[in-house]
Design a protein around this ligand. Sequence first.
Ligand SMILES: [Zn+2]
Length: 109
Amino acid sequence: MARILTEFYCATTGGGCGGYFKVFLRTNMFGNYTIQCPNPKCEHHHFRYVKEGVVTDDRHNVRGGQAEIIVGLKSTFNDTPMHDDPDYRRSKLAVLQADFLMMRNNNNN
Ligand SMILES: [Zn+2]
């Protein structure tokens, strides 16, 4: 059972604050989960159906059972999504460069 760090958007269209945060989900999670925004001024509840630890676009449904509340990680709350974060971009670039070097080395063998 793996732990999955999932980014979540607190959509303003759903009454949220427009911020981004992360939650830890696990691959054995199925059913209704209420994901709470960690922004203390917001604490918006997102009623989502989770399948194998992945948040789907579906809302709570009758087959999903009672919902457990998962509170987002406060330290991850941000105005911008993870892929816009300079640290994330740098680490992505490092991975790409490592892959490129490995491919180049393999081709030389
Ligand atoms: Zn929010």
